[in-house]
Design a protein around this ligand. Sequence first.
Ligand code: ZN
Ligand code: ZN
Length: 307
Amino acid sequence: MAESRQTVSETLAGIAERRPVLAPVLNAFAPLLEARAALPEKLAPMLEKSGFVLPPWQQERAQQGAPLLAGVSLNGLFPLLRASADALLPLLGRLPGMAEHTEALTAFFDREDMCLRAADTLLTGHDTALAEAAEQSNIPPAVLLFALETVVGPVLRTLAATYDAPWDERPASWMQGFCPVCGSYPSIGYLDKRVFDEKNAFLAGGGGKKHLHCSLCGTEWHFRRGACPSCGWEGSGVMEFLRESGNSRGERIDWCTKCKSYCPVVDLRERDGTPDMDALALGMMHMDIVAAQKGLIPLKPSFWNQF
Ligand SMILES: [Zn+2]
Ligand SMILES: [Zn+2]
């Protein structure tokens, strides 16, 4: 999208101002989110050096629902993973309940074979391999998964950023509710703003198209509003949404009446500026609590939405 986004800290400051009760949690996560957002720029030259390239987009594979990185090994990207771990593990260790695992996690990300094998499981969804790695390294599986996503994410973002055209400009070729690059489920979605044609000063589009945001690799893609990203059901009455009364600034939860999965969504037509989506996903945790009380399941489990 054309409009520039707020930074992580700008977004978090805006949330804390409106919801002071969240300030301690936002402050705890801020250094990690900021460091993650800054990493791709530092990793880009390393990626170039590695010679690792994103496979080309293939219409046929996309129509079959295969993400670009499906079946691709991250072999060769260890220097980037290592750099990411060096930058992020110390910050991860400052989060509540994480300090006691820092030593084991640091040792884990020092070992190329283990680290790469585990990173590949994020792309294959091979949970048993991840559980085995967790057991071998004496790290609780949920902690290892969170650390892996934290460390691998910026590397995948650096890779995804080399893709030359926005995914949104490829309508119809990707119909899935999971990411076209890495296959991960979205952590948040947004309805886009009205588009003005500056030359003509006419409204060029009414906005309101739904986009999903991959928290792992940062890719965003268009998705049908009446369809569930999880089970694929589509039609009137399948998707419902929950929002707070009063000025919610477009923040809501879209949930599926068929499979009970949900995803936070922000309607950008109801607010000024465009937030950093990863920071806003964290800042909407009060909606995660409402969803949990309703028995809904997060489409993308995060460190803060497992109740
Ligand atoms: Zn992705
Ligand atoms: Zn569903």
